[in-house]
Design a protein around this ligand. Sequence first.
Ligand code: C2E
Ligand code: MG
Ligand code: MG
Length: 737
Amino acid sequence: MASGFLNRFAGRAAAAPRTAEPASGIERVADRLRILDEAERAGIAWLWATDAAGKLIYLSDRALAALGKDIADLVDQPFDRLFQVDENADYTSRSLSFQLKGRTRIHDQTVRFAHGVPANASCQTWWSINGLPQFDEAGEFQGFRGNASDITVDYERQIADSRMADFDSLTGLANRHNLDRLLDRTLAAYRSAGRSCALLMLDLDKFKHVNDTLGHQAGDNLLQQVADRLLAVVGERGTVGRLGGDEFQIVVPDEDDRGTLGELAEKIINLLSQPFPIEDKRAVIGTSVGIAVAPFDGAEREDLVRSADLALYAAKHGGRGQFRFYSADLKNEEEERQELLDDLRDALQDDTLDLHYQPVVCVDTSRVVCLEALMRWEHPERGFVSPGVFIPVAEESDLINLLGEWALRRACGAALAWPRSVRVAVNVSPVQFANPGFVTVVANALAHSGLPPERLELELVESVFMGDSEAAERTFAALKGLGVRLALDDFGTGFSSLSYLRAAPFDKIKVDKSFVDSCTQSDRNSAKIIAAIIGLSNALNMETTVEGVEAFDQLEVVCERGAKLIQGFIYSRPLPEAEVNARIASGKFLIKPDGPETYRPDRRSVFRRIGVIHEDYYYNAVMRDISRIGAGVEGIVGLEPGTPLVLDLGEGQLIVCTVKRVNGAAFGVEFESSLVNDGAGGLCTRHRVSPYTIAAAGLPARPGTAGPTEGKRNESKPRFMEVAVGASAQAGSAQAD
Ligand code: C2E
Ligand code: MG
Ligand code: MG
């Protein structure tokens, strides 16, 4: 209706004759003005007009009255400053300025009255406007003529409806539909600009437990609190949404720094693992986070979401409460886990698993007081597999119970051959602990071996408290009834709630290695925490073992802080049973500390095929070890200290570095900027080079596999010589814990 009126009005205006009109014509003009006037006064039409410069020159009185403005307030103001399109709702519309400058028809465009009203003001006036550009006979642009109507009531209802369609009603966060659209839009816009966008996928741990035990109302309340905490951490950096259930998603535009993203994920994990007050109770949950970054891990929404999902899946299986970045290796993770589980079952069946024993030494006397049994598995193809890898896999099935029972029986049997003063410690998985038959398993292992119960120490971690607390208390009481000793392992890495110490009759606390790793750093907070844990443990009449001491500088710090019992490489690595027995047979079991003067932060042994770029030549090489600040590489002859190189670790991870040491084909490099935690106990580069750049540079898809024609090999002569490196030297370094 409104546009019909406009068309008539506009059509006439365009055809307005310039020459003197005949009498009937004058009458018709007068009629027209009168009708127009009446229509305006009746409020049937609100009319507006701009001049050629886009400034308002006319607005109907009714319209002015509705806005509560005087014509003097608005006239001569640029029209596109008075009115603006709703950018939050209408992604497809060009801005009003664009439409006015284009001098094309404006059709049923929703605009808000913006003069002195900020976009986020709660009270807005919404108009629908039409407009036609006017040209004189010479084709000169004269400005726009148009009409308008107030649609505020309808439009606000529409906004409210779309809020329902776009937002999760429980938490008020963006919903899946909204997030999908946001991602589509962002990725499409960023692709051409070469910008990056990170996607964090979250899944709450133990949420189902809260829902089941405290009820749905409590579950809903918890989700709202989770949403509030997420909004608080993420702030302006990104958009938080809820996909449904206990799944959340965070879109962080313009972020590809994996250091920053890892820190954000850690913050989120920490914040969500703090207890939530629910009615008069406390609920403890946690979260796992999977991270993928566009365009590296997917340039389209579907691909990016799939990558983040895979990373989340890996984070959950990595032991929960962790974050994980997507990497191409994750693709087959589920298959790998299944294979590993089958192989582990076979290994137990075929009796090819082993236990090694790591001494716990009394600092004052150098005497071994205890040996901790640690599982060892030499996989027929993979070689040494760390218990840090296979224990979590076993925990997902009943296999952990069988493994645990095997370890208990084996360790008790072994300890019988040792002096009475030496205890044996056995690790117990929380899954095993929660098994109703666990106490019987321990009792049987003791009875079967004949080991006095006080010589057996069970190492438990804090998460044994996570399940049914009454059942846990009964198990503690029954174990104490058997007469075995209990140790709280990895203390300081979980919630470290003091109430656990009150609730359970522990005889020993084991201070986690992570505190020792950083105890020599200048802020010394870790050293203070070690002192506090030892003090607490003394006050409660418990023993303390400090784990993971490797170097003399660390030994000095922990002894200074009151440590009496130490377990770490400085005294001994875990030893095979035969070696323990031989040492015992050869006399007193005393060990003196022996190790490096100072602790070198985690240099990890690896065997990884990489690429090394020097000038425009690409070499294949093998990386032997890596730390945050440098790496040991092998496979190129002729390098000199000071040579600048770029290491290609794959997936766009290029590291600028300088050669520091050379020894034949082996060399050590120092990185220009340090690596960051990859969430999986490994390291990764902060930034990656985009897949487009990599393809353009002609780098090989998998580093360390460049054929003779790849990597710009033909464009120059190599300065150095590439030598082949096999995997043979690997076993020794990987075995070394
Ligand atoms: P944990 O119980 O905290 O065992 C200590 C781990 O720290 C062992 O790793 C040990 O080799 C390592 N370690 C000790 N001193 C040092 C040191 O100075 N430097 C370094 N870098 N490491 C040191 P391992 O053998 O790889 O075991 C890892 C974890 O796997 C154990 O942590 C334990 O939680 C689990 N695990 C091992 N064996 C068993 C088992 O039989 N049953 C269960 N349920 N878990 C086990
Ligand atoms: Mg342990
Ligand atoms: Mg430990």
